[in-house]
Design a protein around this ligand. Structure first.
Ligand SMILES: CN(C)c1nnc([C@H](N)S(N)(=O)=O)s1
Ligand SMILES: [Zn+2]
Length: 261
């Protein structure tokens, strides 16, 4: 996808509003989560993650991140419960990261940034026929956000980080079958939830965000493998893929609910 937006100093997040006015909308993401202002919502039921049937297809470098795509089948991986009134099917997951381990996440917690943030993007198959239709609806998407911090090597992530050298250049895709991303979720599924948006253009305000409080640990050398990916295609000047995160956006009066007290 040859985007006219990016993360550089002349096409980065501060310019996106020119092509996508919604960038200055009332429910943009990511946000800084101020924990003292989150509200425990006892009506939030536990999140149900049913990733048993996990038919992943491929891993690809789409020029702004690296994404693992899932087949769009009836019995695909779904989430429900929590803040969700319907079942949401996993479409893909991808990551955002920084130049160094001290930053790279999109959401921040009391101003704290993490080395990376994993997004598992799901769409409401109870109410919409296609992802595209759901992506334009206020309750169309649900994205799980998982913080990554430098620490112990993450065994489950090895299958992903070991595949990155096959998708170094923008536009490259490689097979990645039967990858079950349940192993990428933290042990403790305590989460914050709030109404927001996609964090890259078209920035649709169609996402119910579910951000887990507990980060997962990944090895520094695993983080370094993300940074050897390129924004650029094979014949172009080499531009390392890093700092592909949007900074926190104004809360505009939204309430962030906590699943725990
Ligand atoms: C079309 N899909 C799956 C997506 N469109 N925008 C996405 C963004 N990268 S994010 N960060 O999930 O909002 S993901
Ligand atoms: Zn994302």
């Amino acid at each position: 996808t040859s985007n006219c937006w990016g993360y550089g100093e002349d096409d980065g997040p501060f310019f996106w509003h020119k092509g996508y006015p919604i960038a200055q909308g009332n429910r943009q993401s990511p946000i800084n989560i101020v924990t003292s202002e989150t509200v425990y919502d006892s009506s939030l039921s536990p999140l149900i993650v049913s990733y048993e049937h996990c038919t992943s297809i491929s891993i690809s470098n789409n020029g702004c991140s690296v994404a693992v795509e899932y087949a769009d089948t009836e019995q695909g991986p779904v989430i429900e419960g929590g803040p969700l009134s319907d079942a949401y099917r996993l479409k893909q997951f991808h990551f955002h990261w920084g130049h160094k381990d001290y930053h790279g996440s999109e959401h921040t917690v009391d101003g704290k940034t993490y080395a990376s943030e994993l997004h598992l993007v799901h769409w409401n198959t109870s109410k919409y026929q296609t992802f595209r239709e759901a992506a334009a609806a206020s309750d169309g998407l649900a994205v799980l956000g998982v913080f990554l911090e430098a620490g112990e090597e993450h065994q489950g992530l090895l299958k992903i980080t070991d595949a990155l050298n096959m998708v170094k250049f923008k536009g490259r895709t490689a097979d990645l079958k039967e990858f079950n991303p349940k192993c990428l979720l933290p042990k403790n599924l305590k989460y914050w939830t709030y109404p927001g948006s996609l964090t890259t253009p078209p920035l649709h305000e169609s996402v119910i965000w579910i951000v887990f409080e507990e980060p997962i640990e990944v090895a520094k050398k695993q983080m370094e493998k993300f940074r050897m990916l390129l924004f650029s295609q094979e014949e172009e000047d080499e531009k390392f893929m890093e700092n592909n995160f949007r900074p926190p956006q104004p809360l505009k009066g939204r309430q962030v609910c906590a699943s725990y007290n």
